[in-house]
Ligand binder design. Structure first.
Ligand code: AMP
Ligand code: TRP
Length: 331
């Protein structure tokens, strides 16, 4: 069975972009792949976190993984810091990453360009840690949204570099970026990605949003004055974004079908249909989320996941350290 691995940062609450771009693919693929889904709690401290808030977000993140349909019997679900090898291979990977490569990473460049101050060293080097996350498990595939593709490409370069220098050590992974829904845009500004760090809360639908609030966000999504439901990201970015959401939540229906359904109808009708789909999805997730919080499933899942992940990651780390010449005693 081929192996798949991915993670999400618990910086803030998970949103619809996380679900459509990443989480739903973890769930879809857990049947046919050996799935590793972790919570990237090292990555999230690359920007300052409030400890109390982080604790809550972490718990919610695990609960939402489960509520969205990840099954701990099928997928290995774990917390990054429960597997110490991530930090260790992360440093080794960092020492094999050139500054030129880190300088090309658009996420850091964008933050710098926006004039954000006090950016941390961790934020700069985090693509190397992400590479380690993936390489530790010899993952074949990495399902991610569009914004993470560049990091998986760096991971491929690093895998090849290690293999070339030290002999065959790592599998070279492939990013899996779906055609539809890999970049869900903000509802209030469709030129920007839907994001946890959005200054404008109206643009982002959180998976735990009150259903009335979520509906209102969809109904007030920015559109255009062309008055036609047509997939045209250039000229109709708001409508095209809503079509991506609609399609993703409705068995990946084609855009042509959606265009036909709403031919001659107004944006109000279309938005209502999108809002219905979004709310039905959130309702199902939220119902399961509340049940999960009342059980001890979170603890059991993380314990079991850490156990399975550590066995694989420790063995790989040992192999790497031996290949590099960092160990002299066979333990
Ligand atoms: P993050 O919240 O940055 O940890 O992202 C977790 C996963 O969700 C990654 O695979 C991202 O590429 C994906 N993701 C984040 N925001 C979006 C978005 N607006 N549209 C689609 N995928 C997204
Ligand atoms: N960097 C990813 C993000 O910000 C999260 C992440 C960390 C990840 N390690 C990973 C995703 C490994 C896939 C594989 O979204």
């Amino acid at each position: 069975m081929k192996r798949m691995l991915s993670g999400i940062k618990p910086t803030g609450q998970l949103h619809l972009g996380n679900y459509i771009g990443a989480l739903r693919h973890f769930v879809e693929n857990q049947e046919d792949y050996e799935m590793f889904a972790f919570i990237a709690n090292l990555h999230c401290i690359t920007v300052m976190q409030d400890p109390e808030e982080l604790r809550n977000n972490l718990r919610d993140c695990v609960a939402l993984y489960l509520a969205c349909g990840l099954d701990p019997k099928k997928a290995t679900i774990f917390l990054q810091t429960d597997v110490k090898a991530h930090a260790q291979l992360g440093f080794i990977a960092c020492c094999h990453t050139y500054l030129g490569e880190l300088n090309r990473m658009t996420q850091f460049k964008d933050k710098q360009a926006k004039g954000e101050t006090n950016l941390s060293g961790g934020l700069y080097t985090y693509p190397s840690l992400m590479a380690a996350d993936i390489l530790l498990y010899d993952a074949d595939y990495v399902p991610v949204g569009e914004d993470q593709k560049q990091h998986v490409e760096l991971t491929r370069d690093l895998a090849e570099r290690f293999n070339h220098r030290y002999g065959e050590l790592f599998k070279v992974p492939e990013p899996l970026v779906s055609k539809v829904g890999a970049r869900i845009m903000s509802l209030s500004d469709p030129s920007k990605k839907m994001s946890k760090s959005d200054d404008n809360d109206k643009g982002c639908i959180y998976l735990l949003d009150d259903l009335k609030v979520a509906r209102k966000k969809v109904m007030s999504a920015v559109t255009d004055s062309l008055a036609q439901v047509k997939y045209d990201p250039q000229n109709q970015p708001g409508i095209s974004n809503l079509m991506q959401i609609y399609s993703s939540l409705d068995n990946n229906r084609s855009f042509e079908e959606i265009e036909k359904e709403f031919e001659g109808k107004g944006y109000g009708d279309f938005k209502r249909a999108v809002a219905d789909k979004v709310c039905a999805t959130l309702e199902e997730i939220q119902n399961r989320y509340h049940t999960i919080l009342e059980s001890n499933l979170i603890e059991e899942t993380l314990k079991d996941g850490a156990h399975k992940a550590n066995a694989i990651a420790d063995a790989k780390l040992k192999q790497v350290q031996q290949a590099i010449g960092m160990e002299i005693i066979q333990k």
